[in-house]
Design a protein around this ligand. Structure first.
Ligand code: HEC
Length: 703
C-alpha cells in the first residue's frame, strides 16, 4: 500500500553531525546497530581505574517490578533516556544533571530507547510508548504540536484493518531514514486475537503515514499462498518488535519479524506463514520488498527474531562484502550479502518431527546454518542434566523422564516440550555488536524452558472458560502467577483491587498485561466473578468453547472460535533450588569472526557468588541487554543476573574490570565523549530474573 506523500521526501536533508564519533546518536550506536564506538581513551591498560562519574536517579519506581531496558542516546553533550515508568529525560551527559522531563499522558510499561532526527534548529526526539508515537522537542522536552495530533500519532490507526481494543506497544525505537521514522511494534501473541504487525513509515515533520508494508500478505500479493485465504483479515502478529537497521547508502531497511499468533498452535494458520520469522528487507523510501529470508517456517515455538540485525563488512577472497548478520533465539547467526540476500555460509534443511496436537500441521523441514557453529547448546539430553548436587540431579531426571525427549524443533505437546535455548534465546533483545574487523560479539542464554499445552474447552463456568482461553498462559492454571517473570498472583486479587479496578485492568491492560477490551462485557464480568470466587451458573460439560464476540466487526457475533489449545505459561526448567536444570554454562559471551565463521573466544558471562564460594567455577547466568565494543579494545556488558557491569579484552575475552551496579544493568550500555573525557553509561533498571528494580543511570569515566 502506498501513499502520495513521497514528494515530501524530496525535501530531505541528511544531517551530518559535527561531533561524529563522540556521540551515541542512534539506538545501539549507529544505523548499522553495530554497538561500536571509535573512542579509545579507555583501553585495556587503564580500564581497571574506571570510577563512577555520576549517578542519576529517575525517582519513579513503583510497586511491583519495573525495568529500564533503554540504551540511551547522547548528542552534543546531552543524554536522552527513559525511566522505569517510561518518562523521557534529558541529562547533561557530563554531570547527570536533569535538563528536562517529558511525561506521557498514558505511560505504558516498557521502553528500550529513542530515535533522534534533526534539521538545523528543528531537533526531535521520537518516543514510542503504548500505541502512541510522540515527537518531543529535543531542546525543551515539549511535544511538537504540528506533529500528528498535537505531538503524537496513534499507531492503532492505519493498520489496514480494525484492531480496536487490541494491544499495540511501541517499546523499541523506530529507525530514521531521511525524513521518515519507520516503526514496528509489539502486539499480542497468545491465543486471543492480536493486531497485525505491519511496518509503517511516518513523515518525521508532519506525522503523516507515508507507507505501510503488510507483513501478512493480502490477496494477489506474493506470499499470500503461504496462509489460509482469510488470514490477512484475522491472524495477528508477524510484527517487528525488536528494532530495525538502516543501510542509508543503499536505502534499505532491515526488519526482523516475529511469529504469527497464536505462538504455540497454528492449526488455524496452516502454511509457511510469510513474512513471519523473516529478515524482511524493504526499500526504505517506499516500503517495497527487496528480499527476505525466512528462518522458521510455520513457527510454533515463539522463535521471533529477537534483535535488529547488524550491518558489517566481511572479507572473502581478498574482497570486502557488505553483509548483514542476524542472530536468533535458537543460538545461530545467519550471514547474508546485504543487497541480494545470498547466504555467506551454507544453510542446510533439517527434517523436523510432526505434531500430534489436533489440527496442527508442522513444517516438514527448517533451515539451519552449517557455519558459524551455534553459540548455545542445541539439545538438552540426559547427559546435560545438572550435577550441582545429587538431589538436584535426581529431581530434574524425574521430571525430565516424564516430558517429551528433546529433539531439534520438537513440537509443542500436552506432556511438555523442552524449549532449549529458551523462549528468550539464545540471543535476546540486547542484540549483538560488531567491529570493523568483521568480528561479532554476542551474549547468549542457555536456559531450558518447558512448554505445556492444554485444551481450552471443558471449563465448568463461563468465567473459568474465559480464564482458560485468555489468562492462564501468564497467570497460570493455579492463578499463582510467575515470580521470575514478574506476573502477579491473582489468588488474593480481591484483597488488593475492587471489582471495578480489576475490570479496568482487564479492559485496558496495564504495563506488560495486554488489554482484553475485545471480550464482551458479560465475558469480562464473568472472569472477574471467577477471580473473586463467585459461585457461577455451571456450564454444560460439553458446551462449545466461548466465542470471541466483539472483535472483527464485519463477522457476525459469536462466530470467531478461539484455538482449542493454550499453554500453561512461560516456565523455566529449574532444579528444586531454583538453578537451571541443565549443566552450566547458563550464560556466555562469544566473539565470532564472521570472515571465517570461526570462534575467537567464548567465556561464561556472570557468576553466582554462593556457587563460587562452594568452589564451583563461574557458571555464567541468564543475561539480558547487549554488549558495547570500542576501538579502545574493550567489550563492555552488564546483562548478568549478578548485577555486575564488566569489561572484557576484545582480543582475548579476558575479564579486565567489573563493578556491582545499584540494580541489574539489563540494557545495552552507550559510550560517548564530552570535553575530551570518555564516558560509559548503563541503565540500572533491574526487575528481571527475580532481582530488585532500580531507577538509575550510572556513568563511568577515568579519574
Ligand atoms: C501476557 C501475559 C498476561 C496475560 C495473558 C494476562 N495477564 Fe493479567 N497481568 C499480567 C501482568 C504482567 C500484570 C501486572 C501488571 C503491572 O505490572 O501492573 C497483570 C495484572 C493483572 C491484574 C491486576 C493484579 C493486581 O494485583 O493489581 C489482573 C486483575 C489481571 N492481570 C487479570 C488478568 C485476566 C483476567 C486475564 C485474562 C483475561 C489476564 N490478566 C491475562 C500479565 C498478563
Amino acid at each position: 500500500m502506498r501513499f502520495p506523500f513521497l514528494a515530501l521526501l524530496a525535501a530531505s536533508v541528511v544531517t551530518l553531525h559535527a561531533s561524529a564519533g563522540r556521540d551515541w546518536p542512534v539506538y545501539l550506536g549507529d544505523k548499522n546497530a553495530s554497538h561500536y564506538s571509535i573512542l579509545k581513551q579507555i583501553i585495556p591498560a587503564n580500564v581497571a581505574k574506571l570510577e563512577v562519574a555520576w549517578t542519576f536517579h529517575a525517582g519513579d519506581l513503583r510497586e511491583g517490578a519495573t525495568q529500564i531496558q533503554c540504551n540511551p542516546l547522547i548528542i552534543d553533550g546531552v543524554l536522552y533516556a527513559t525511566t522505569p515508568q517510561s518518562k523521557v529525560v534529558a541529562l547533561d551527559a557530563a554531570t547527570g544533571r536533569e535538563l528536562w522531563r517529558f511525561v506521557p499522558t498514558e505511560p505504558n510499561g516498557l521502553n528500550r530507547g529513542l530515535a533522534y532526527w534533526a534539521d538545523g534548529v528543528d531537533r526531535r526526539v521520537l518516543f514510542g510508548n503504548g500505541h502512541w508515537l510522540h515527537a518531543v522537542d529535543a531542546g525543551t522536552g515539549r511535544l511538537i504540536d504540528s506533529f500528528g495530533d498535537h505531538g503524537r500519532v496513534n499507531l492503532g490507526d492505519n493498520l489496514g484493518r480494525d484492531a480496536t481494543g487490541l494491544a499495540i506497544q511501541a517499546n523499541t525505537p523506530g529507525v530514521v531514514f531521511r525524513n521518515l521514522i519507520i516503526m514496528g511494534m509489539r502486539v499480542g501473541e497468545g491465543p486471543a486475537p492480536a493486531a497485525p504487525g505491519c511496518v509503517r513509515a511516518y513523515d518525521v515533520r508532519s506525522g503523516k503515514m507515508v507507507w505501510r508494508f503488510d507483513t501478512i500478505p493480502r490477496p494477489g500479493e506474493p506470499g499470500y499462498e503461504t496462509w489460509p485465504a482469510d488470514a490477512w483479515q484475522r491472524v495477528g502478529g508477524v510484527n517487528v518488535w525488536s528494532g530495525m537497521t538502516v543501510d542509508e547508502e543503499r536505502g534499505l531497511v532491515f526488519c526482523p519479524t516475529g511469529s504469527a499468533t497464536f505462538d504455540f498452535w497454528g492449526g488455524d494458520r496452516h502454511g509457511d506463514n510469510l513474512y513471519a520469522n523473516c529478515l524482511l528487507v524493504l526499500d526504505a523510501a517506499t516500503g517495497r520488498r527487496v528480499w527476505h529470508y525466512q528462518f522458521v517456517r510455520h513457527d510454533i515455538w515463539d522463535r521471533d527474531l529477537p534483535s535488529p540485525p547488524v550491518l558489517l563488512t566481511v572479507r572473502r577472497d581478498g574482497r570486502d562484502i557488505p553483509a548483514v548478520a542476524q542472530t536468533t533465539k535458537s543460538g545461530h547467526v545467519f550471514v547474508f550479502q546485504r543487497e541480494t540476500g545470498v547466504p555467506l555460509f551454507p544453510i542446510e534443511e533439517v527434517a523436523i518431527p510432526s505434531s500430534d496436537l489436533a489440527g496442527e500441521l508442522a513444517a516438514k523441514s527448517e533451515p539451519l546454518p552449517l557455519k558459524p557453529a551455534p553459540f548455545a547448546r542445541q539439545i538438552f539430553t540426559a547427559e546435560e542434566i545438572t550435577n550441582r548436587s545429587p538431589e538436584a540431579h535426581r529431581a530434574v531426571l524425574e521430571r525430565f523422564s516424564r516430558i517429551r525427549p528433546h529433539t531439534l524443533f520438537a513440537p509443542p505437546s500436552k506432556e511438555g516440550t523442552i524449549i532449549f535455548p529458551g523462549f528468550d534465546g539464545g540471543a535476546e533483545w540486547g542484540g549483538a555488536a560488531a567491529d570493523p574487523a568483521g568480528v561479532l560479539y554476542v551474549n547468549s542464554n542457555e536456559m531450558p524452558w518447558i512448554l505445556s499445552m492444554i485444551e481450552t474447552g471443558g471449563a465448568t463456568s463461563l468465567g473459568q472458560q474465559v480464564f482458560m482461553q485468555n489468562c492462564i498462559g501468564c497467570h497460570g492454571a493455579d492463578r499463582t502467577g510467575n515470580k521470575a517473570a514478574n506476573i502477579p498472583s491473582l489468588l488474593d486479587v480481591d484483597k488488593r483491587l475492587t471489582r471495578e479496578q480489576a475490570m479496568e485492568v482487564i479492559t485496558k491492560g496495564r504495563a506488560v498485561m495486554p488489554p482484553w477490551g475485545f471480550l464482551s462485557e458479560a465475558q469480562r464480568k464473568a472472569v472477574v466473578g471467577f477471580l473473586y470466587g463467585d459461585s457461577e451458573k455451571p456450564r454444560e460439560a460439553n458446551a462449545a468453547p466461548e466465542p470471541w464476540v466483539t472483535w472483527m466487526p464485519d463477522k457476525p457475533a459469536g462466530t470467531v472460535v478461539p484455538p482449542p489449545f493454550t499453554h500453561t505459561g512461560y516456565n523455566r526448567f529449574l532444579d528444586p533450588d531454583g538453578y537451571p536444570a541443565v549443566k552450566p554454562p547458563w550464560g556466555t559471551l562469544n566473539a565470532i569472526d564472521l570472515n571465517t565463521g570461526d570462534y575467537l573466544w567464548r567465556v561464561p558471562l556472570g557468576e553466582l557468588p554462593e556457587l563460587t564460594a562452594m568452589g564451583i567455577p563461574p557458571t555464567g547466568t541468564e543475561n539480558y541487554g547487549g554488549p558495547l565494543v570500542t576501538a579502545g579494545g574493550l567489550v563492555f556488558i552488564g546483562a548478568s543476573k549478578d548485577e555486575n557491569f564488566r569489561a572484557f579484552d576484545r582480543k582475548t575475552g579476558r575479564e579486565l574490570w567489573r563493578v556491582k551496579l545499584p540494580a541489574g544493568g539489563y540494557a545495552t550500555p552507550s559510550t560517548y565523549e564530552v570535553d575530551g573525557r570518555q564516558f560509559v553509561v548503563i541503565a540500572c533498571g533491574g526487575g528481571k530474573m527475580g532481582t530488585k528494580s532500580g531507577d538509575a543511570y550510572v556513568a563511568f569515566a577515568l579519574p
